[in-house]
Design a protein around this ligand. Structure first.
Ligand code: IMP
Length: 196
């Protein structure tokens, strides 16, 4: 059984990562409470994921796993991207960020609202060995919120190939089966299996 310390303290992400990884034979340890939150200062998802994982390795001496996710909207030239968590300001809530997004896209017609989620997952070992994998989910930004599941931008992200359902209208199992995070985690499992 492979064991990693999980860098994220976000309970939604943690739940999704556990659900997928437990089926793939990977055990996750909670991030210790005394390890401070890492400022995401890098310009890329890869950079931030590596930063978070390296911090956990330094603090715990154990192999660590971290994810960084961004929503990239074509009509906004890729924004909010790496700034997805802080789109409406430094301490913005999920709801603030969604309102900001819907506001900026108000005049943009349905056919021009294409977007994608990208998740990069980094694994860092105490030896210094590092690896990154990526998962992408294509979709479109809805004109309003729909669905009660998930978190973040889920209520306004219509998933390509689902008849226009938003991520928040999918069950947790459906989301994990096709999401950016689920895809990145399964890519990770393949890399780990190939190197063991
Ligand atoms: P982070 O920097 O990886 O924590 O993610 C940046 C922001 O993207 C978060 O604050 C969420 O608002 C959003 N986000 C991350 N993952 C998801 C997801 O799976 N669905 C919807 N929004 C997400």
């Amino acid at each position: 059984m492979t064991t990693f310390v999980l860098a994220t303290a976000n309970p939604h992400k943690s739940l999704e990562m556990r659900a997928v990884l437990s089926e793939l034979g990977v055990e996750l340890l909670e991030r210790p409470d005394d390890v401070p939150e890492v400022d995401e200062t890098e310009a890329t998802l890869e950079g931030n994921a590596l930063l978070k994982a390296r911090t956990l390795v330094a603090a715990t001496g154990r192999a660590a796993i971290a994810d960084d996710t961004g929503l990239f909207v074509d009509a906004l030239e890729g924004r909010p991207g790496v700034f997805s968590a802080r789109y409406a300001g430094e301490h913005a809530s999920y709801d603030d960020n969604v309102a900001q997004l819907l506001g900026e896209l108000e005049a943009v017609p349905q056919e021009s609202r294409a977007a994608r989620f990208r998740t990069v997952i980094a694994v860092v070992y105490p030896s210094g060995e590092e690896l990154c994998v990526e998962g992408v989910l294509e979709g479109r930004i809805a004109t309003g919120r729909r669905g009660a599941n998930g978190f973040g931008y889920d209520p306004v992200f219509e998933v390509l190939g689902t008849g226009g359902r938003t991520l928040a209208e999918l069950t947790p199992e459906e989301k994990n089966a096709l999401s950016h995070r689920g895809r990145a985690l399964r890519a990770l499992a393949q890399v780990l299996a190939a190197s063991s």
